[in-house]
Design a protein around this ligand. Sequence first.
Ligand code: ATP
Ligand code: MG
Length: 475
Amino acid sequence: MNLADKISDPIFKKVAEIAQSEQVETFVIGGFVRDLLLDRIHKKDIDFVVLGDGIAFAKTVADKLNKKKYLSVFKNFGTAMIRLNDQDLELEFVGARKESYRRDSRKPIVENGSLQDDQNRRDFTINAMSISLNSTNYGELIDPFNGLDDLENKVIRTPLEPDQTYSDDPLRMMRAIRFATQLNFKISQESFEAISRNKDRIRIISAERITAELNQIMKCPKPSIGFDLLYRSGLLEIILPEIHALQGVEEVDGQTHKDNFYHTIEVVDNISRTTDNLWSRWAALLHDIGKPKSKRFDKNSGWTFHGHEFLGSKMIPRIFKRLKLPMNDKMRYVQKLVKLSSRPAGLAKENVTDSAVRRLVHDAGNDIEELMLLVEADITSKNKKLVKKYLNNFKLVREKLIEIEEKDQVRNFQPPVSGIEIIEAFDLKPCKEIGIIKHAIKEAILEGTIPNEREAAQQFMIEKGKELGLTYRSK
Ligand code: ATP
Ligand code: MG
C-alpha cells in the first residue's frame, strides 16, 4: 500500500529531501501512521525513525529548517525533538534500535538495529507500522505484523510474544487498556491473558506513569471500557484497591445490594456525557468508595451505607497521594463532590424546607452545577420509569436551587456583619464570643430565622451578645 498522497504535509517532503542528501534511510512510525489509517485526528506529534544516528539527523533537520533554537536533545533516550510552534507540530527523531530488558527495570539495554528490530520493540501491531520516506519507495507502508488487519478488526495485539512484551515493560499493559478505551478496540484474548498473568509486574512502574494512563482513560467518552478491563485483568486491585473493593453482591435473608463496582463505572460513563471536567469524572469514580466500610445489614432497613460519603471523602487524600494526583484545590474539589453526593437526593421531596436548600447552596458554592451533574449521573437503574422519575425530582431540586439563590444569595456567603464590627460593638479583646456570634449569625441566615441582610444581622448580633452577657455600646 502506498500512502504518498495521504501524507500531504510539506514537512514529509522536506524531511525526505534531507534524508536523501544525508543518505540516511528515514521512516514515519507509530501513532501518526495508525491515526492516519484510522482517519483519526492525531495530536500533532510525528515520530521518525532513521537507520543510523537519530540525534545527529535531527540536528541536521533543525539546521536546514532554520529551527535550531527549537531542538531539544534527550541524550539518555537517544532521541531529539524539534518543535515547530507555527504549525503546532512536534517532530521526534530516534535511531532504529534493538532493545533487551532486565527484570527489575523497564529501562531497556539499547543497541543499534534495523527497521525490523525497531518495529519489533514497539508495543502493538497497530503502533508498529511505518511509512517510508526514501526515494525508492516513498509513501510505502511497511507493516510486518499485519497491523492493518488489526486496525480493520479493531484488535490490540503485540508484535512479539505477549508475556515477554508485557513483562519487559509493564507500562504496556496500561497502554493496551488505554488504547482499547480510546479507540474502542478489543485486546486480543492471548494478549489479555498475558496481561492478567503479568499484572504484578505493574509494581515496577512509577505512580506518575500509571496515573497518566488512568487520566487518559478517564478522558475517553466511555471510561468504563478501561475500568472493566483493569478490573478483569486484576490490575485494578493493585493500582486502585478501593475501587476493586466495590465489586460483589452480598445476600442476607434474600436481600441483596447492587454491585457497586459496575454501578460506579456506569456513573463515570454517565457523567462523561455531561461534563469534560476530569475532576468531576474522578469524583464519579470515587463517589462510593466509603461503601464497603460502612455497609450494614439490618432486618428492618435491609442494606444501608450510612455516612459513606463522609468516610469516602476522608479516604481521598491517601489515594491522591499514592497516585501522585495533585494534592491541591483539585483534590479538595473531588472531596467536596463526594461528601455532598447524597445531599441533593434528600432535597428531592415535596415538602423540603428552604433552609435545607439554602444550606446545600452554601456548602456547594460555585460547584453546585457539577454536583447536580454527579447526582444525575448517579441514577443507574435499569427501570426506565424510575430513572425518569428521579431525573424529574432533580429537576425540581434545580428549580428550588434557582429560586432560593435569587432570594437569598448564599452561594458565596459573605457575613453581613464582620468580626471587627462585633469587637467594636461590644468593646471586646480577642475572645471566643466573637466566633460564637459570627457562627450564630450565619446559622440564623441559613436557617431562615433572619434574612441575609445587614440590618437584620446587626440586630441579631446585639441580641446574641446580650444573651452571652456582653454589653452593647451603641455609637
Ligand atoms: P498517542 O500519542 O496518541 O498517545 P502514540 O501511539 O503516538 O499514541 P506515544 O506514547 O506518543 O503513543 O508513542 C509513540 C510510539 O512509540 C508508539 O506508537 C509506539 O510505537 C512506541 N511506544 C511508545 N511507548 C512504548 C512502550 N512503552 N513500549 C513500546 N513501544 C512504545
Ligand atoms: Mg504520540
